[in-house]
Write a protein that binds this ligand. Structure first.
Ligand code: SF4
Ligand code: SF4
Length: 253
């Protein structure tokens, strides 16, 4: 079944015919009773859901990362504000992730497996901004990467892209957690490219001011009203870890 799920997600992304192009998605798995899930009530918020709360009888969790292309990352990094292509990619990819979750759930149901999921974004408390189901923390538990200074997940395909996840009631082998640190600063090297790229001052080496960041995202939204709710920025996702694990090749040589 793991192979079926992998191929389903990869095929759906490869066959996608929107404006946005993608690299090959990454897919990881965790057991629903992984002790990391209850810890998210402390790490993220007490209101963060357990897999069992999303789907009674949950056995496994699937996370996937849909990576943007280098061209889109370059375009957005060089743009003085937010490139329209990046804003469109945010909207399109959220919709693609919704479609993957919905159609994969239907395909699994025909195999006798139940599934549940949370939408790719806007599943957070509007006051505290704490997520009820943090896809990046779920993806970490599914072995897809480690966190960077920018508080995003850095995967083997970088951090520029979008994450989705589902809970199912079938057993799947878990993917081991990513080993080591993928962020240069967290490996004791100088980088902080993400901090320098942040236009609002919300991101510092010491931490992220989520409220200040979100005010900037709402400013972006006000300039892309024709696209729908477009509270996106992600300049910090266009740094050295945008497209892969920075320095990994140099260090292995
Ligand atoms: S840009 Fe550099 S410091 Fe920031 S998260 Fe990526 S590797 Fe870490
Ligand atoms: S999303 Fe934009 S405003 Fe928020 S931390 Fe990243 S670069 Fe800064």
């Amino acid at each position: 079944m793991q192979q079926f799920i992998r191929e389903f997600i990869e095929d759906t992304v490869h066959r996608y015919k929107g404006k946005t192009a993608y690299r090959t998605p990454l897919i990881g798995f965790a057991r629903a009773d992984d002790p990391g899930f209850p810890r998210l009530k402390e790490v993220v918020a007490p209101s963060h859901l357990l897999p069992e709360e999303l789907l009674p009888g949950a056995r496994s969790v699937i996370a996937f990362f849909v990576p943007f292309t280098g061209e889109l990352v370059d375009l957005h990094r060089r743009h003085p504000f937010v490139s329209r292509e990046w804003a469109e990619a945010y909207i399109e990819t959220n919709s693609l992730i919704d479609d993957i979750c919905r159609v994969l759930s239907e395909a699994l149901r025909s195999r006798g497996v139940r599934a549940a999921w949370q939408k790719p974004t806007h599943n957070f408390d509007p006051v505290t901004l704490a997520s009820f189901w943090s896809h990046k923390h779920v993806a970490y538990l599914c072995g897809l990467g480690t966190f960077g200074v920018h508080r995003m997940l850095i995967t083997e395909a970088g951090c520029a892209g979008r994450l989705g996840s589902l809970v199912i009631d079938a057993d799947l082998p878990a993917t081991p957690l990513a080993s080591g640190e993928y962020c240069l600063e967290r490996r004791g090297k100088n980088c902080a490219a993400c901090v320098r790229l942040c236009p609002s001052g919300a991101l510092r080496r010491e931490g992220l001011d989520k409220q200040r960041c979100y005010r900037h995202l709402l400013d972006v939204d006000s300039r892309f009203h024709d696209l729908g709710l477009c509270d996106v920025c992600g300049k910090c996702a266009t740094g050295l870890c945008a497209l892969g694990v920075p320095g990994a090749k140099d260090e292995s040589e």
